[in-house]
Each structure stands twice: as structure tokens, then as C-alpha cells.
Design a protein around this ligand. Structure first.
Ligand SMILES: *[C@@H]1O[C@H](CO)[C@@H](O)[C@H](O)[C@H]1NC(C)=O
Ligand SMILES: *[C@@H]1O[C@H](CO)[C@@H](O)[C@H](O)[C@H]1NC(C)=O
Ligand SMILES: *[C@@H]1O[C@H](CO)[C@@H](O)[C@H](O)[C@H]1NC(C)=O
Length: 514
């Protein structure tokens, strides 16, 4: 009887919470026009709409799938021109620039994109309509400006990143930010820093925090107010009030670091079962009896954009390899193309890497490419260019699944010998197989986890009860400045007192002599 009642109660609660979640109306704004980022967010908004939520998404890369009847996509694809107009961002984000310079270039672009998206007519019709209501706002966490929408609609927010997040964003939810133990994602080293790396990491961390809180937030807040009016809370407070940060990191590819409960690690969001290759490509791979090297620098770096000298090194290396080389070369023609090299502007990368004849993957080390390589068990030769690429490749090389070279200094001989080593030495295959099974041994998929916590935020109207007290710790408390000050004061008083007593004591015998 008791069992039955509680069973009934449970079922009722389940149905009620299910119904409640069902009615949720969700707004997502994903502003960065790069498909390798958007492909992560796409999975989330597709899944939420399939679960019956009413989802409105602003994105430069809509799915345009007529089967998704509960999804409204506002296409802001035109903002792509704001980036590719100059490849300045690319060169200014090079890993050889100082991190502060990289961050400045990144956030300058972020603000331009934020403004352009607010200007969009279709989006304006939504945020400027006083009758519109949302239960949750999803924001790309690297671009905090859109947290303003949580203020506009007075609802909880979720921040999502297609990679890790920078130090100030970790700090916003109270993650410990010890710069020597957990360097920023854009620094090339993740552990065992030498003393110069420690000094640089501390400097970088202080710069980032000050710059982010006092410049990025203020500028973004001003832009938001231009469009949403002055009735919203300060953007910095809205960003710090995020319910969950869904980040795309894991313990195999990334630095291991402690996380507060508001951090949810997703992972392998865009990985799916391999699809059959187009016939012509399949034949080509089947016939490549010596094996295939797949060469791609991803959708942001792009082989056509890199230094001519490096292109020449690539070509000479490829010509010298005893393999067929498939090169993602984003132009129609390629001068002096060796006979064993086949170029395409685009390859179905996930499916291609699943072909058994692919021996090695030469990559810039973008996170989505690395996830694909691990999933398909193809060891890598890494040439990191920007952002998190140096750090992740550094970790993978320690795990014995990749050999890494600096694209600025790499020579033809080094590149050739690394490619041959990765393609022939069985230890790389063994290690990447191990990395794959360790990575995939999880209670649920990254997408299931992401959607669970998004619906959790809807069910509980945010997650203020999960806020870590560390989120409110001031920097001077973090480095014990208050404690040091009190102890110094106590020491000072003690010393003065001791001196005073000493003076009195030495005064007494003098009196006697007198
Ligand atoms: C659309 O949402 C409704 C409930 O709101 C749900 O029953 C239906 O399955 C959803 N359809 C699709 C195709 O996602
Ligand atoms: C928002 O709507 C109001 C009228 O409802 C209008 O006066 C205002 O110009 C609109 N703002 C923008 C940015 O479109
Ligand atoms: C923070 O979020 C909670 C729940 O989402 C909300 O009730 C509260 O008003 C928010 N506070 C601020 C300052 O935005």
C-alpha cells in the first residue's frame, strides 16, 4: 500500500515535472561565426526542440531542418563577413602573440558581433516585444554580452562553450584560479611550469581578470543597454549569476582541475556513428594500399591562409611520403601538386577518419578535430596555431597519441619523420585506443548530460542553491592579504610592546645607579 502510494506520487511528480519542462520556451544566442564552434551548440538546440521545448535560436549556422517543428532559427549568417573580411584576427590570434594581445583581438571582434546581432531585425522583433517570455536563455559563454537577455527576460541563464573557458569565466562561478596550478587555456603549458612560465602565467592571469571585468564587461554592458534599455541589471552581475556553465572539456584531452558544481563538462558533442563515404572518395581510400595521411588545418586556420614558406614545406613533405595524402586545401588550384596528393576544399572528416586505411592525421589541433581523431583512433601529428591548440596538443603528446611541432620552425625532415613514425609505430595506435575507451567510459553521453542540466535549470528556476561560496571571494582574500595584514599588525604591536618593556626594564637598574 505504502509502496503503491509512493510509486503513484513519484509517477505524478515525474509527469508534472515532465509537463512543466515540456512547456519551456528557450532562447539561445550563439554569436561566434565558426562552424567548429556552432556544431557543438547545434546538437543542444536540436535535442531540446526534439524533446518538445519551444526553442528560438539566433545563429550564423542554422540547421534548416524542416522536421524540427518546435525550432525557430534566426539566421545571422551575414556576420561571417565581419570576420573573414580581414584575416587580421587569424594572425593576431597566432600562438606567438602575447596572450593579452590575443584576448584584445578576440574581444574587439566579440563586441562587433554582439552589436551586429542586436541590430538584426528578426531578433529585434523578439527582444523588443514586451509580450515575449522565455524560461531560459542560453549564451555562448566566451561572449558575455548576451547574458543581458537574462536580465531582459528575467529568467535563468546557461553559458555554453565549445571548448574550455578562460580564467575570468572560471572565476565567475567560483572555480579556483591558481595560475601556477591551472594556467589559462590559451597558454601552451598545463603542468610542471618552470619559474619563467609561472611568472608569465601569474601576469597573464592578473591581466585577464582586470581586462575582462573592467573593459570587456563594461563595453558589452553598454552595447546591451543600447538595445535593451536601462532596466536590466549590470551585465557583470548577470554573467556571475549564470545557472550552469557547460564546457567542452574532459580529463583525457584537457588539464585536470577542480570544478564547482555549476561547471558541467559535456564532451564529444558532435561525434556520431560514421556514415558511408561518397563512392568516389571510398574507392580512392580503398585503393590506397600503402595507406593514407589526412591533412587538414581545420575551418579557422585553413591551409590556404598560412605562410607561403610553410605551404612549401608541406608540399615537399607530402611529395616525399610513401602514402596517398588527402589535403583539405581551400582553393581550386594548387601549384606543383605532387602525384600522391589529392586536394578538396572539404572532406567529410569524421567519416573519412573512420576508414581503416587512414594511418595518421596532420592537424592544427582544434578540439573538434581531436575528438574525431580519438573517436576514430587515428594518431596525430600536431601543428598548433592558435588558442587552446598548443595546450591540448601538448597534453596529447605526453599521452603518446601525437607528435607535435611548432609550425613556425618545423622543417621538412622533422615533419616527414614524425608522420612516418606516427603512421608506423604501433604504440601510437595502442595509446589512442586506450585514450578512446577511457574517454568514452561515462554514465551518459555529453549531450545527455548537457540537456539534463539545462532542464534542471528550467525545473528549479536557476541554480542559486548550487552557487559556490568561492564565487564571492575577493582577490585579496584569495592571496591571504587580509590575514597577512592582520598578522603583520599583530607582529608590529608585539615588537613595539617588547621594545617598550625592554626599555622600562633597562631603565630600572639605571635608576639604582643614580
Ligand atoms: C514538438 O513539441 C511537442 C510538445 O510541445 C511534442 O509533442 C512534439 O513531439 C515536438 N515535435 C518535434 C518534431 O520535435
Ligand atoms: C522598441 O520598440 C519601441 C516601441 O515599442 C520603439 O520605440 C523602439 O524604437 C524599439 N527599439 C528598437 C531598438 O528597435
Ligand atoms: C540570479 O538568478 C536567479 C535565478 O535564476 C534569479 O532569481 C535572480 O534574480 C538573479 N539575480 C540577478 C542579480 O540577476
Amino acid at each position: 500500500m505504502f509502496v503503491q502510494t509512493s510509486y503513484f506520487r513519484c509517477t505524478l511528480i515525474l509527469i508534472l515535472s515532465f509537463c512543466y519542462v515540456h512547456s519551456a520556451r528557450i532562447l539561445g544566442v550563439f554569436q561566434y561565426p565558426s562552424i567548429s564552434h556552432q556544431v557543438v551548440f547545434q546538437q543542444i538546440w536540436r535535442e531540446l526542440s526534439l524533446r518538445g521545448h519551444d526553442v528560438v535560436v539566433v545563429t550564423p549556422n542554422p540547421l534548416n531542418d524542416p522536421k524540427l517543428v518546435n525550432l525557430t532559427e534566426i539566421d545571422v549568417g551575414s556576420i561571417k563577413n565581419l570576420i573573414s573580411a580581414g584575416d587580421d584576427l587569424q594572425s593576431s590570434m597566432s600562438k606567438d602573440s602575447p596572450t593579452p594581445q590575443i584576448m584584445k583581438a578576440f574581444y574587439d571582434t566579440s563586441l562587433v558581433l554582439q552589436d551586429a546581432i542586436f541590430k538584426d531585425k528578426q531578433f529585434n522583433a523578439i527582444y523588443n516585444n514586451s509580450k515575449e517570455k522565455f524560461d531560459l536563455v542560453m549564451v555562448e559563454s566566451h561572449h558575455p554580452g548576451m547574458y543581458s537577455l537574462a536580465g531582459r527576460f528575467d529568467c535563468p541563464s546557461i553559458g555554453i562553450s565549445s571548448l574550455g573557458v578562460v580564467i575570468p569565466i572560471h572565476g565567475s562561478v567560483g572555480n579556483t584560479n591558481h595560475p601556477v596550478l591551472y594556467p589559462d587555456m590559451n597558454l601552451p603549458v598545463h603542468s610542471n611550469l618552470n619559474v619563467f612560465q609561472k611568472i608569465y602565467s601569474i601576469y597573464n592571469s592578473i591581466f585577464l581578470n582586470i581586462y575582462y571585468d573592467n573593459w570587456v564587461m563594461k563595453q558589452s554592458d553598454e552595447i546591451a543597454r543600447k538595445y535593451l534599455g536601462n532596466d536590466i541589471p549590470y551585465l557583470g552581475d548577470l554573467a556571475n549569476n549564470v545557472s550552469f556553465l557547460l564546457i567542452n572539456t574532459n580529463h583525457i584531452i584537457h588539464t585536470i582541475r577542480p570544478h564547482v558544481p555549476k561547471i558541467i563538462q559535456m564532451g564529444q558533442m558532435h561525434i556520431r556513428k560514421p556514415k558511408p563515404l561518397p563512392t568516389e572518395l571510398k574507392t580512392l581510400l580503398d585503393n590506397a594500399k600503402n595507406g593514407v595521411i589526412y591533412f587538414s588545418l581545420g575551418s579557422n586556420v585553413k591551409s590556404v591562409n598560412i605562410d607561403k614558406n610553410l605551404q612549401k614545406i608541406f608540399l615537399e613533405t607530402m611529395a616525399d611520403l610513401p602514402y596517398t595524402v588527402l589535403w583539405k586545401w581551400e582553393a581550386d588550384a594548387l601549384e606543383n601538386k605532387p602525384n600522391n596528393v589529392i586536394t578538396r576544399k572539404w572532406f567529410p572528416q569524421q567519416d573519412l577518419l573512420a576508414h581503416p586505411n587512414v594511418k595518421a592525421f596532420v592537424t592544427q589541433g582544434g578540439l573538434q578535430s581531436i575528438e574525431e581523431a580519438i573517436s576514430r583512433e587515428v594518431p596525430m601529428v600536431g601543428l598548433p596555431f592558435i588558442g587552446d591548440q598548443p595546450m591540448t596538443l601538448n597534453k596529447l603528446s605526453q599521452a603518446g597519441v601525437a607528435l607535435v611541432h611548432d609550425p613556425v620552425t618545423v622543417t621538412k625532415e622533422e615533419l616527414k619523420s614524425s608522420i612516418i613514425k606516427v603512421a608506423t609505430d604501433p604504440s601510437f595506435r595502442r595509446n589512442i585506443h586506450k585514450a578512446k575507451i577511457e574517454l568514452e567510459d561515462q554514465p551518459e553521453t555529453g549531450l545527455e548530460r548537457a540537456v539534463w542540466w539545462i532542464e534542471y535549470a528550467i525545473r528549479h528556476k536557476g541554480a542559486p542553491h548550487l552557487k559556490s561560496p568561492t564565487a564571492d571571494v575577493k582577490w585579496w582574500e584569495f592571496i591571504f592579504l587580509d590575514v597577512i595584514l592582520v598578522l603583520s599588525l599583530a607582529m608590529f604591536i608585539f615588537l613595539r610592546l617588547a621594545k617598550f618593556l625592554y626599555n622600562i626594564l633597562s631603565f630600572i637598574p639605571k635608576e639604582k645607579q643614580y
